[in-house]
Design a protein around this ligand. Structure first.
Ligand code: DGL
Length: 271
């Protein structure tokens, strides 16, 4: 593999753009090929089998695009399909999920009571308590499924009275009482990070909000450096693919990456 090859990143929709943005800020010489599986959004309530199938097809597409690494920028796919992808990708192919980097980060922190909010798929898999407690058995992890949040964000429906009410209702849940850190366990949630912080400052609670995008970008850098795959020359432009066109995907992508981008529809499932 060569340094000049692109990094593949995928999610069910716009959420992974938070990770893509952090990667392009940290590694400005890297070219990104992004796939948003908008036709199958939301992943959060789909079966493991479906998520594995979608993830397999998308990874195959990204390999065909000559990617040197794949970032599973979706917690639901990371929870339900990462181990499966490792089995089908070439041996030692760099595959980075969004959960292990967060568990590594917590191991180096002083937080002992940690809450996780995420989709039903991620919460029911219990991947966060498992991965965190493998490294830090003394961290108490409480989990809450917050299924309304990703669809609300995908529709760009936030920063208004209704989103405040939904966010306040979820964050006031007894499962999340007395935590000192809250993991945003869905890559869509960094888009409502300021509303979440507002909730904690208005309730005078000192809760550190863990936004995995930056932590994951650092992990990508570490993995590529270790494999001598970091690009050092000027990058080519990023490519954005969706399985179905949606207005909100186009709008959000432009907010994140500027107006000059081209969005392509790719029917990788045929038919
Ligand atoms: N962005 C995806 C995640 O991190 C979730 C959104 C969905 O339900 O598709 O889990």
């Amino acid at each position: 593999m060569e340094q000049k090859q692109p990094i593949g990143i995928f999610d069910s929709g716009i959420g992974g753009l938070t990770v893509a943005k952090a990667i392009s800020a940290l590694l400005p010489y890297e070219q990104i090929i992004y796939f948003g599986d908008t036709a199958h959004f939301p992943y959060g309530d789909k079966s493991k089998e479906s998520i594995q199938n979608y993830s397999k097809e998308i990874s195959t597409f990204l390999l065909k695009q000559n990617c040197k690494a794949i970032v599973v920028a979706c917690n639901t796919a990371s929870s339900l399909a990462s181990s499966f992808l490792k089995l089908i990708l070439p041996k030692d192919f760099p595959l980075i999920d969004v959960i292990v980097p967060v568990a590594n980060f917590l191991q180096t922190s002083d937080y002992k009571k940690v809450g996780v909010i995420a989709t039903k798929g991620t919460i029911n898999s219990r991947i966060y308590p498992k991965r965190i407690n493998e490294l830090s058995p003394d961290i108490q992890v409480s989990s809450l499924a917050t299924p309304l949040l990703a669809p609300m964000i995908e529709e760009a429906f936030f920063d208004n009275n209704i989103s405040h009410t939904v966010i306040n209702e979820y964050l006031s849940h007894k499962e999340l009482h007395n935590i000192d850190a809250l993991i945003l366990g869905c890559t869509h949630y960094p888009l409502i990070e300021s509303e979440i912080n507002q909730f904690y400052s208005s309730t005078k609670k000192n809760v550190f909000v863990v936004n995995s995008a930056k932590v994951v970008a650092q992990e990508v850098k570490k993995v590529l450096k270790h494999k001598s795959l970091l690009s050092t020359s000027l990058k080519k432009e990023h490519h954005f693919y969706v399985s179905d066109f949606t207005d909100s995907f186009e709008k959000s992508t432009k907010i994140f990456f500027g107006n000059e981008l081209t969005l392509k529809k790719e029917n990788i499932w045929g038919g």
